[in-house]
Design a protein around this ligand. Structure first.
Ligand code: BGC
Length: 346
């Protein structure tokens, strides 16, 4: 009898220890306002739970202080690994120092965490390649190699607080600058430098009001606009809204990134010409794999150890490949793959 009781006690202990030992992953996302972060968060939560982890998923309403508090709470509540998509790459220093002190590994998700040695890994899509794909699209659509031009172009870039934004801009401008220099592409507003074309917090309204100003100042006299290079879908949506209300010429080429539902609908309606598909399922799966490798003490899967220096360290990174999307391939890419249903795009 005693033996049975002892065995039962042991079994009980093992069960409760295993439950207590379920490893905890804190996942901090910037905001629920943008479709992509909801998907990133939901995919990661589902995959991490499926892999047997406890998940603490928080969204920070695009407020830097809220994100800092949320990450500090995750640390206080015993996170074993943190996955963070920062609102502003350089604003989480205090929390990252705390994580480092406590030996908690941190994976920067999609956006690099800057100015800190408390970052262990970075997982993202190849950000410069996103810009290259956008730049090449404009180049090919206007046939810049062969056509005489000149063509008129405007540019809208991303948030200066997001390290990705300069990579997107660089990838695209490197393709287009030679044509600007040669006079084949004319930026009528004269606004080409990153700081002049950036969009704080990537807000559609900010992109829209800058586009409205440009359209009324430089295009109201009937000047034709051939292309508007936008770094992502939220800024493209702002630009499209401005064009809808303030522009009567031939509809320009408009680029984007993320394949947001609104932007895919705009693509179907002929108002946005392309987007860059960054399948959030791919990135989430990669991060879940990295979390598992970290916690098992295994070698962590990275494919770039040179590109992403955060001003303190070069962060070992895994870069997923972004994919070009337009009206011709969106069905296969987005519907056949199960990313969206046909109804969501109606
Ligand atoms: C992401 C983009 C996104 C943008 C705005 C960037 O850091 O890489 O996919 O469109 O933030 O949220």
């Amino acid at each position: 009898m005693k033996k049975i009781l002892a065995m039962l006690l042991c079994a009980l202990l093992v069960v409760s220890c295993t439950a207590a030992l379920a490893e905890r992953v804190g996942v901090s996302m910037p905001t629920k306002d943008l479709q992509r972060w909801n998907q990133d968060g939901a995919n990661m939560e589902a995959m991490l739970t499926e892999a047997g982890y406890e998940v603490d998923l928080q969204f920070a309403s695009n407020d830097v202080k809220t994100q800092l508090d949320q990450v500090e709470n995750m640390i206080a509540e015993g996170a074993d690994v943190l996955v963070i998509a920062a609102i502003e790459g350089s604003s989480l220093g205090e929390a990252l120092a705390m994580a480092k002190d406590e030996g908690i590994p941190v994976i920067a998700y999609d956006r690099l965490l800057m100015d800190s040695d408390g970052v262990s890994y970075y997982a993202t899509f190849d950000n410069e390649m996103v810009g290259t794909v956008q730049g090449n699209f404009v180049k090919d659509a206007l046939d810049l190699e062969n056509a005489d031009g000149p063509f008129n172009l405007e540019i809208t870039a991303g948030d200066p607080g997001d390290n990705n934004a300069r990579y997107f801009y660089k990838g695209a401008i490197d393709v287009l600058q030679p044509y600007i220099d040669a006079g084949k592409l004319n930026v009528v507003s004269g606004q080409t430098a990153f700081d002049d074309v950036a969009t704080p917090t990537w807000a559609s309204e900010v992109a829209q009001s800058r586009a409205e100003n440009i359209l009324s100042s430089y295009y109201a006299d009937g000047t034709n606009l051939d292309a508007w290079l936008c770094s992502n879908d939220s800024t493209a949506q702002g630009v499209v809204a401005a064009l809808d209300a303030n522009y009567n010429g031939n509809w320009p080429i408009v680029t984007g990134q993320d394949c947001d539902i609104v932007s895919v609908k705009n693509m179907i309606a002929g108002k946005q010409s392309m987007s860059v598909f960054k399948d959030t399922r791919t990135l989430a799966a990669q991060v879940v794999k990295m979390v598992g490798q970290i916690l098992a003490g295994e070698e962590v899967d990275v494919n770039d150890t040179e590109t992403y220096n955060n001003n303190v360290i070069t962060v070992p990174s895994f870069l997923c490949e972004p994919v070009f999307a337009d009206i011709n391939n969106y069905t296969e890419l987005l519907i056949d793959s199960g990313y969206y249903t046909e109804d969501q795009l109606k």
